[in-house]
Design a protein around this ligand. Sequence first.
Ligand SMILES: Cc1cc2nc3c(=O)[nH]c(=O)nc-3n(C[C@H](O)[C@H](O)[C@H](O)COP(=O)(O)OP(=O)(O)OC[C@H]3O[C@@H](n4cnc5c(N)ncnc54)[C@H](O)[C@@H]3O)c2cc1C
Length: 515
Amino acid sequence: MAGSSYDALVIGAGHNGLACAAILAKAGQKTLILEANETAGGLAGTREFTAGFSAPMAHSAAALPKTMIDELKLSSYGLEVGPALETVGLSEDGQHVHVIGDTVTGATDADAAAYPEYRAKLQRYAKVLKPIWEATLPRIGASSLKEALIYAQGALKMRMLGKEDMSEFLRILTLPMRDLVDEVFEDPKLQAVLSWDGLIGSKMAPRSPNNAVLPMLLRLGGVHGGDHMVPKGGMGAITKALLAAAQKQGVEVRFGAPIKKVIVEGSEAGQKATGVELVNGEIISAPKVISSADPKTTFFDLVGAPAFDVQFASRIKRLRAQGYVARFNAALSGLPDVPGLDGLSGRYIIAPSFDAIEFAFDDAKYGDASQHPVMEVTFPSVHDASLAPEGKHVLSAHVMYAPHDERSDWSHDARIRFTKAIGDALERHMPGIGSLIIQAELLTPKDIAADYHVAGGHWHHGEMALDQMLMMRPTYHAAQYSTPLQGLYLCGAGTHPGGGITGLPGRNAARQILR
Ligand SMILES: Cc1cc2nc3c(=O)[nH]c(=O)nc-3n(C[C@H](O)[C@H](O)[C@H](O)COP(=O)(O)OP(=O)(O)OC[C@H]3O[C@@H](n4cnc5c(N)ncnc54)[C@H](O)[C@@H]3O)c2cc1C
């Protein structure tokens, strides 16, 4: 376009925006990223929540695939894959359940014996889906040979499972987590732990049908086949490496540059995005505008509904994207001494059973924060000493459930009640932790929405449910990274394959745009 000094503008320096920009720039596209916040990473970034204490937003990377690490040569930018993390189902009596690799301890002998086969089965199914996650899925009704081949490849991989396994794969795909896990395991704590990765980040509980297994299989595509991982030096290393990789390719990044709107030009017959206007009034033009902001923010706040036909706008409006997970950060004067635990480098699940999760969800379904929340706790400063002053530590908890639309709109009282419920649960499982807390922060989905510019404060920019996944993410006519508005593309977690730290939406979008 005349007068434009960039080929592509990327909205947002979250990890998908960075991945997208790096690949575009590598292919010779002059690319500028505009980020509203002062730092990179977005929901995968690091947050100073009180003076001297910071926490990474994401606890761990289960789903980061080797494909991303290799394609962007992230190892040469300092990313070193860490060992598999242990996941521990905490018990008040110190009799915890431990899960790592093929090994389960602390549950029944039958559970321990069944786990390797259960895990191997899920890993086989995750492998079937790998080419699907890493491709642009053709539009429904697309008929070119190349497009058909993408599905054929998936079908072939499925066929290669053999008849029995293929039937089993199809059977479990839509099971609620409770049914999937309950068929094999009997220990309530282990059941809760194994259902956790299907539920976290979503508006789902163990009995919720249809939607948990597919996102869980995506999470099994990471470097440790489903085990979680924190890179050497902490989670911040992922954003650092992506930013360095992008800048090395020549990507320019401007922080503190919130975009007010996408500029749309042309007649009604042929409108197109031609650039952006920043909140400070500055206009930057480019023939391609690629948004890593969530679909609702992109289409409604940055472009405006009138640019789209009514049906499309209505589908975007109806996307389910209300966050249900809160974040609790605490600055600690030291690490707690948790009975039955040796070291605190793992993930600690406080959810004694399926029912505990389900009852916590029941409150949230009707607009209340859970009276007895369930949570995943980590101590990020154990992996990255720079997050706290010497000798001090940071606790971080992902707490379910905290509806974005809490009935009092997250009044002061509601916050106090919820914070107390979190503190009580922590104290029961980590006696004495309360006396170590110097300062704490509760981030409800409403706070996440405000601080990270994501509508609804949803972890994944939208529910990862069957009707909002694959060739329908975020919705048809915008599921191949292009949108109904010429020149406007999507590259964030709201696109295929979805949220979590994978970099795949950004990478797939860049590859599609370059075609
Ligand atoms: C509390 C929390 C914990 C999580 N924990 C985990 C975890 O342990 N493991 C895991 O795999 N996943 C986790 N997730 C999910 C994961 O972090 C996200 O799905 C993923 O980081 C989304 O990346 P993204 O780049 O697509 O979007 P984002 O990270 O949301 O990036 C979008 C960027 O666009 C910017 N932006 C938006 N609007 C504008 C504008 N108008 N102008 C300029 N810039 C704009 C935003 O500021 C943001 O930086 C967690 C999410 C949350 C909220």
